[in-house]
Design a protein around this ligand. Structure first.
Ligand SMILES: *[C@@H]1O[C@H](CO)[C@@H](O)[C@H](O)[C@H]1NC(C)=O
Ligand SMILES: *[C@@H]1O[C@H](CO)[C@@H](O)[C@H](O)[C@H]1NC(C)=O
Ligand SMILES: *[C@@H]1O[C@H](CO)[C@@H](O)[C@H](O)[C@H]1NC(C)=O
Ligand SMILES: *[C@@H]1O[C@H](CO)[C@@H](O)[C@H](O)[C@H]1NC(C)=O
Ligand SMILES: *[C@@H]1O[C@H](CO)[C@@H](O)[C@H](O)[C@H]1NC(C)=O
Ligand SMILES: *[C@@H]1O[C@H](CO)[C@@H](O)[C@H](O)[C@H]1NC(C)=O
Length: 491
């Protein structure tokens, strides 16, 4: 038993020894993607180097022994390393670059001064120094989606989620430490404004020096300058042989995880919310999020289909055009479909008070050519235009979405945006044209055959009359074929 344990420790320590690299990375040092070489911290826990992404590609960053990525280089321009990269090089000229076989060298990090050396520290911070050993850049100051113990999200800075579990490029959610002291979450394309926030620490009166901090035991807290302001998670998770980190996940929720360094298992410890439908924008336009066994699912509004199946954020578009009024197009009939207990972004262009029922609200919308949807709640009817955004089922919310729904359509239309509709319509027009031409050709052909046939018959008939010598000859020779039958009738 104890021998086994000693052996195990020996194996672990020699493995760690083998991985260990000097923490001072000097000019001329390089790494290649295909060998498993990294610049690791003295403890061997953190490593800087290439890590595999989707589609057999690589990106550059900092990762843990289980390949959990805690920092990614060049995230905004796309972290994927070009195919022809030979090495990651701290060049003799003092640049950290990707050396390519053909293309120009690409900077991995562009600090303000010339690099003299670099270091992967034991706390997970990758640091670049100048010739006076002054720090000119550190990964702790440029977080991507993860906060490590001791790392601080400074006022004005934000974390961005990753695009997907295998694409470390920038995703669609952010967590911002605002300079008003408030910690907030927004979708990426929304302004820093209350209607778009889906998480708030409500510390907006604390001023401009509030920062977000993480302790080694997983406690996440706000400091006002250096004074405690608010605990966000209470922490208290094991620190021996574990790393506790905070990550803004792909789905827009920030969580505390523990990585056990012994068996390399990652445990979820804490989440900013348990409801995965909370992040605004998790479902695309004209769809709303519902929880199925605690997993978020996006459902289209009635009369809508997924724009790109399998892609929730792409949203939904109408199967049937429901624009305009019933009066202007009698072939379309409209009614209103209900979607109960849902909340949405409210962009109402008209609010009608003292509405007694959803029927009254529906009628008000149907009678208004511009109204494509309406929200009915607490005797208020809020008229909306499409698209509807940030939809989610919320059983505690009595708000009812009423959606204009077209039936008895003439033109089945799968289009959503007008461009696509136009293309679809054009395509249909071309189809109709082709069918028309084909039918016409068949008709003409049939007619010609029958005329030729008839003509022959008439000639035969004529000849037999001439032969019998009873009647005068009907003039066919110079007539157009089409007149043949008429001439016969006239005769
Ligand atoms: C790294 O090594 C170089 C050369 O040995 C030395 O000049 C420099 O001070 C070292 N840097 C650090 C941060 O230890
Ligand atoms: C790199 O390490 C992985 C996992 O440890 C292993 O599967 C792979 O074969 C290694 N590649 C090279 C080139 O050593
Ligand atoms: C935060 O610190 C500032 C400056 O030290 C102080 O004026 C302010 O009252 C503090 N706010 C809170 C909520 O502690
Ligand atoms: C935050 O948590 C720490 C450690 O558990 C505790 O000492 C402190 O009193 C808490 N602060 C607040 C404001 O709750
Ligand atoms: C991994 O190790 C930790 C303790 O270090 C333990 O709590 C956890 O249950 C282990 N997980 C597995 C899957 O063995
Ligand atoms: C899903 O749709 C969004 C929005 O249209 C788009 O940005 C994203 O690239 C799509 N994702 C995939 C995997 O196609």
């Amino acid at each position: 038993m104890s021998i086994l344990a000693i052996l195990f420790l020996l194996v672990i320590s020699t493995a760690a020894e083998a991985q260990r690299r000097p923490s001072n990375i000097t000019l001329g040092s390089s790494l290649t993607a295909t060998s498993n070489t990294t610049w690791s911290s003295p403890s061997g826990v953190y490593a800087f180097g290439f890590f595999p992404q989707h589609d057999n590609s690589y990106a550059v960053g900092i990762f843990l022994p289980d390949k959990t990525v805690v920092w990614t280089a060049n995230r905004d321009s796309g972290p994927t390393v070009p195919d022809d990269v030979i090495s990651l090089l701290l060049s003799p000229e003092g640049r950290l670059i990707l050396r390519r076989r053909q293309g120009q060298d690409e900077d991995v990090i562009s600090p303000s001064a010339t690099i003299a050396s670099a270091s992967m520290l034991d706390n997970g911070n990758f640091v670049l120094y100048d010739s006076n050993s002054r720090i000119i850049w550190q990964s702790f100051d440029s977080p991507t989606n993860t906060l490590l113990p001791g790392q601080r999200l400074q006022p004005g800075k934000e974390l961005f989620s990753s695009a997907s579990e295998s694409d470390y490029g920038r995703g669609i959610f952010r967590l911002k430490m605002q300079t008003d002291g408030n910690l907030l979450q927004y979708p990426i394309n929304a302004p820093d404004a209350a209607p778009y926030a889906y998480y708030a620490s409500d510390t907006f009166r604390a001023g401009s020096s509030v920062s977000l901090n993480l302790d080694s035991d997983g406690r996440l807290y706000l400091l006002n300058g250096s004074l405690p302001l608010q605990n966000i998670s209470n922490g208290g998770f094991p620190t021996q042989g574990s790393i506790n980190l905070m990550r803004l996940d792909v789905g827009g929720i920030f969580r505390i995880y523990s990585l056990s360094l012994g068996n390399l298992t990652m445990t979820r410890r804490w989440s900013s919310t348990d409801d995965e439908c909370v992040p605004k924008g998790i479902c695309g336009v004209n769809s709303f999020c519902i929880l199925m066994d605690n997993a978020p699912e996006c459902q289209c509004l009635p009369g809508f289909v997924s724009f790109q199946s399998g892609n929730n954020t792409a949203g939904c578009s109408r199967t049937i055009s429901a624009q305009g009024c019933p009066k202007t197009d009698n072939r379309l009939k409209y009614d209103m479909r209900r979607v109960e207990n849902t909340e949405w972004e409210d962009n109402s262009y008209e609010i009608l008070d003292k509405m007694t029922s959803k029927e009254e609200c529906s009628k008000a919308c149907l009678d208004d050519c511009n109204c494509e949807a309406a929200f009915f709640k607490d005797s208020q009817c809020r008229k909306q235009k499409l698209p509807l955004r940030f939809g989610r089922r919320s059983l505690g919310n009595s708000n009812m979405a009423l959606i204009r729904f077209g039936t008895n359509t003439v033109v089945p239309d799968i289009g959503g945006d007008s461009d696509r509709k136009r293309i679809v319509k054009k395509k249909q027009r071309i189809d109709i044209l082709i069918i028309g031409i084909v039918l016409m050709s068949i008709g003409v052909l049939a007619l010609s055959i029958s005329v030729v046939f008839f003509h022959k018959k008439l000639k035969d008939y004529d000849r037999s009359k001439i032969l019998s010598g009873r009647t005068r000859r009907v003039c066919f020779e110079n007539s157009e074929e089409e007149r043949g039958p008429a001439a016969v009738l006239a005769d």
